[in-house]
Ligand binder design. Structure first.
Ligand code: IMP
Ligand code: MG
Length: 183
């Protein structure tokens, strides 16, 4: 598995520090609010798990699962696989997402969740690939800008693999170029 990684972008230690700092900032910003963290499965699982423990103000959590059709490196149409359990109307919602790529996923989620009238609605994404943006989107907490390379680890997958790597690394293009026909 490690042989499939071209280079490490963010080590386990770096991610720990980055997420702890972010948790402090969010705790400050939400100290008088009714925070609900909404983790977008599955990619944000590691980020969510570390971020919620770095947040020192009371918060509720919930999960939503969406998928883009196709299992390759391209994201297409968005589909809800699991909706929230909680009624978000009394909450200051903060979406916790792993990566913002074309922006289609978060653009779509924003549209449907705003219709449920939360007290406020903000988006936090750990990684951002600004070069790939198609859908217009304002992100409130964008932590790390990365170049247009396919990354895995710390929750992020390629074809459901590599999520358990404790760091974020660039996947060797040879790993997915041989799968092109499946996209
Ligand atoms: P968007 O809708 O194009 O912004 O895509 C967002 C989703 O595509 C993310 O939540 C990821 O699941 C997936 N994705 C985009 N880029 C990468 C990547 O480099 N590695 C792993 N997953 C990615
Ligand atoms: Mg995702």
């Amino acid at each position: 598995m490690i042989n499939d990684i071209e280079k490490v972008l963010y080590s386990e230690e770096e991610l720990k520090k980055i997420v702890e700092d972010l948790g402090k900032k969010i705790s400050e910003d939400y100290k008088d609010k009714n925070l609900l963290l909404v983790s977008i499965l599955k990619g944000s699982i590691a980020f969510m798990s570390d971020l919620m423990r770095a947040i020192t103000v009371p918060c509720a959590i919930d999960f939503m699962a969406v998928s883009s059709y196709g299992k390759g490196t391209q994201s297409g149409v968005v589909k809800i696989i699991k909706d929230l359990d909680i009624d978000i109307a009394p909450y200051d919602v903060l979406i916790v997402e792993d990566i913002l790529d074309t922006g289609r996923t978060l653009h779509y989620l924003r549209e449907i969740l705003l219709k449920r009238n939360p007290k406020s609605f903000k988006i936090c994404t750990l990684l951002d690939k600004p070069d790939r943006r198609i859908a217009p989107l304002k992100v409130d907490y964008s932590v790390l800008e990365i170049p247009d390379e396919f990354v895995v680890g710390y929750g992020l997958d390629y074809a459901e693999k590599y999520r358990n790597l404790p760091y974020i690394g660039v996947l060797k293009p040879s790993v997915y170029s041989s799968d092109n026909k499946q996209k």
